[in-house]
Design a protein around this ligand. Structure first.
Ligand code: FPP
Length: 243
């Protein structure tokens, strides 16, 4: 997108992306599924950098769901390795990310992740906490229902401790206890690969999101596709229940 085009467009503040189609991309090429995830991780890097250039505030990438543990062990390990590689790379490129104003956030249940990954995530989050031109949320072992359950438990504990009355529980309390607390809800959710469902992604936050679907498989998704999704989004008439 040119700078001129950018000026005349309503940009989404937060974009959620379901990185789908890696397996089919690999199959089409006679490759292992893990090769598809590797190609998908490279697309993730490209899209991340481009979104930062466009000035998107928050980006959330769905990389591994709470249900994805059902996949073969070698595939799960391959995805965790790609996640680990990216975290190492982010650590190495700290200065570069700082210049971009990129803040890394993890969303999901980190307790089930390998310990070295938990440590890397904790370190990176702490180090990049004050750099916030763009927040990149990585959803790994993430599930929307699990996130809501986690929030409900945190609120119930406050009620149990007598800090909050059940009747006083508000939408803000729920928002504030989600993994995405403090970030705007996704304005736009992109799902490539010809599937038309949310698959437990940001189910609370997506109440008023606009959706953009496409048949492109995630590894083939380009910056032009992101432009198309954003331009399409900018033409939508969002009413949030009003008229
Ligand atoms: C869905 O496609 C994709 C995943 C479950 C994994 C996505 C993970 C990555 C792109 C790598 C993660 C890396 C980082 C840096 C966070 P699928 O395998 O279900 O595709 P299919 O429907 O074609 O089989």
């Amino acid at each position: 997108m040119t700078k001129e085009e950018l000026k005349n467009i309503i940009m989404p503040r937060h974009i959620g992306i379901i990185m789908d189609g890696n397996g089919r991309w690999a199959k089409q090429r006679g490759l292992k599924r893990s090769e598809g995830h590797k190609a998908g991780a490279n697309t993730f890097r490209t899209i991340c950098d481009y979104a930062a250039e466009l000035g998107i505030e928050s980006l959330t990438f769905y990389a591994f769901s709470t249900e994805n543990w059902k996949r073969p062990a070698d595939e799960v390990a391959a995805i965790m390795n790609l996640f680990r590689d990216y975290l190492f790379e982010a650590q190495e490129r700290e200065a570069e990310n700082e210049a971009k104003g990129m803040r890394l956030r993890y969303i999901g249940d980190r307790t089930a992740l390998p310990e070295d990954i938990i440590n890397l995530v904790d370190t990176l989050e702490a180090r990049s906490s004050d750099k916030c031109r763009i927040t990149v949320n990585l959803a790994v072992n993430y599930g929307g229902r699990d996130e809501i359950l986690h929030a409900v438990k945190a609120i119930a504990k406050k009620v149990e401790a007598g800090e909050l009355k059940a009747d006083d529980i508000s939408l803000k309390d729920i928002d504030g206890n989600l993994y995405t607390a403090g970030q705007p809800d996704p304005d736009l959710i992109i799902r490539p690969s010809g599937e038309y469902r949310l698959s437990n992604f940001l189910i609370w936050q997506a109440a008023y999101s606009e959706f953009w679907f496409s048949d492109i498989l995630w590894p083939d998704f380009t910056t032009d596709d992101l432009d198309k999704a954003i331009i399409d989004f900018s033409k939508r008439n969002r009413r949030f229940g009003g008229v």
